[in-house]
Design a binder for this molecule. Structure first.
Ligand code: UGA
Length: 450
């Protein structure tokens, strides 16, 4: 099939490469010429395991093309995916500027029937707006061309995006047009073999499914974080509680990990957007409002522990805190809404120095922090280093922020020999408190007794 994907962010690029890999000819369009230039040179703008190879091999085979030309992109395709960003507006609602401008660009150009697919996470009712935008442009041209608008939300996780796309749990297709539904079935057949994974529904339900799924996952995390804080007060261990709960198949074991709060480009944005959508209809989403509030508070949990450990915020001045990990989760350089930024801001404010190491996100983190605090301030208070052990050299304590694999089994005895204050703050509960304390270090996790 001939497919066009508008927007070469995470979702667009991964979808494009995966559709090409099963034999389709895919044209990826982006309005940022620099991005397309890089992609045409084989440089991938994001860090996503496996994506590099998939893009270069399919581009070399002529199945994956990159362009900035809407004329070429619309001419190319029988199916056009919209995978542009929907950043939050100031009030938390999703900003549809990019989606609707892409829709108008399609309407200005289509010359034969086409199926337009919303893959971006968009509020319920957006497909109607996309349809109206395309129809408006067709009317201006006096053209009468058939088109359908389908909702097909994406459920891929950063860091595991290729696997999630190639072997999806489910494929949600919201369509009010039987011919478009049939085409979507054909398109997804290679990813749905042997098991029926495609769920058909109306367009609005598909749009809501995406927000519902992310909101449920975010709520589970906030629920566990709140329980973790209670477990500490009660002298219980949230890790044991998690195991005991997760074995109940009605609950399941995933997304029950207490930590420093959820971050990334999806949960924070989608939770806010759904709350906003509901309030626009005079409904308050009490549970989601609490999910968000708990998450904001949780991002301060480690800083508060550091303050308690050193005996007051004033005592942090002049201390050096080593951070392992900066990205919002492992296997990505994405720093959006990362809890590490909240921690670093508080440490700066308290006059502490930070020595940080992340396998891939240091550059992006520095860019964000320099924009916020200025290069001079960052140079005084923040040192980015190239290895985990370089971060702990000359540090008072170690804070594990992101659970990258390489941090999983450190030499605790060596750490005990280096850290001035012999303490590890484990923001992801990846260490065995006993092993840490046996090495002569104090252990502080999230919701655990040390
Ligand atoms: C999330 C969803 O998991 C995907 O299904 C969805 O497609 C995607 O959003 C999206 O809407 O595009 P992602 O943001 O890449 O994916 O990352 P997750 O793996 O879900 O992690 C989100 C945050 O929750 C991270 O900060 C992670 O550390 C945190 N988390 C996750 C926890 O604190 N505890 C857990 O048990 C799980």
């Amino acid at each position: 099939m001939k497919i066009t994907i508008i927007g070469t962010g995470y979702v667009g690029l991964v979808s494009g490469a995966c559709f090409a890999d099963v034999g389709n000819t895919v044209l990826c369009l982006d309005v940022h010429a620099g991005k397309i230039e890089m992609l045409n040179k084989g440089i991938i703008p994001i860090h996503e395991p496996g994506l590099d190879g998939l893009v270069t091999s399919n581009a070399a085979a002529g199945r994956l093309l990159f362009s900035t030309s809407y004329d070429d992109a619309v001419e190319h395709a029988e199916v056009i995916f919209l995978a542009v960003g929907t950043p939050p507006d100031e009030d938390g609602s999703a900003d549809l500027t990019h989606i609707l401008s892409a829709a108008r660009s399609i309407g200005q150009r289509i010359a034969r029937p086409v199926v337009v697919v919303d893959k971006s996470t968009v509020p319920v009712g957006t497909a109607d707006k996309v349809r109206a935008a395309i129809a408006g442009e067709l009317a201006k041209r006096g053209a009468d061309i058939e088109f359908a608008v389908v909702s097909n939300p994406e459920f891929l996780k950063e860091g595991a995006a290729i696997g999630d796309f190639m072997r999806p749990d489910r494929i949600v297709v919201g369509s009010d047009d039987p011919a478009a539904t049939k085409l979507m079935r054909q398109l997804y057949a290679p990813f749905s073999r042997n098991h029926e994974k495609l769920v058909e529904m109306d367009v609005r339900s598909a749009e809501l499914t995406k927000y519902a799924a992310n909101s449920m996952l975010a709520t589970r995390i906030s629920f566990m974080n709140e329980l973790a804080n209670l477990a500490e007060l009660l002298g219980a261990d949230i890790e044991s509680v998690r195991l005991g709960m997760g074995l109940d198949p009605r609950i399941g074991s995933q997304f029950l990990y207490a930590g420093m709060g959820y971050g990334g480009s999806c949960f924070p944005k989608d939770v806010k957007a759904l709350i906003k959508t509901a309030s626009g209809l005079d409904q308050q989403l009490h549970i989601l409002t609490a999910t968000e509030a708990v998450n904001e508070a949780q991002k301060n949990v480690l800083f508060n522990k550091l303050v308690r450990y050193f005996g007051g915020a004033g005592q942090l001045a002049g201390k050096t805190i080593a951070l392992w990990g900066l990205s919002f989760k492992p296997n990505t350089d994405d720093m959006r809404e990362s809890p590490s930024l909240v921690l670093i801001r508080s440490l700066f404010e308290a006059g502490a120095k930070v020595r940080a190491y992340d396998p891939v996100a240091s550059k992006e983190a520095l860019r964000i922090l320099e924009a916020e605090h200025g290069a001079e301030r960052c140079a005084q208070s923040l040192t980015m280093v190239g290895q985990g052990m370089d971060a702990v050299a000359d540090a008072d304590v170690l804070v594990l922020v992101t659970e990258w694999k390489e941090f999983r089994a450190p030499d605790f005895a060596a750490l005990a020999g280096i850290l001035r204050h012999k303490a590890i703050f484990d923001g992801r509960n990846i260490y065995d408190p006993e092993a840490v304390t046996e090495a002569g270090l104090r252990y502080e996790g999230i919701g655990r007794t040390s």
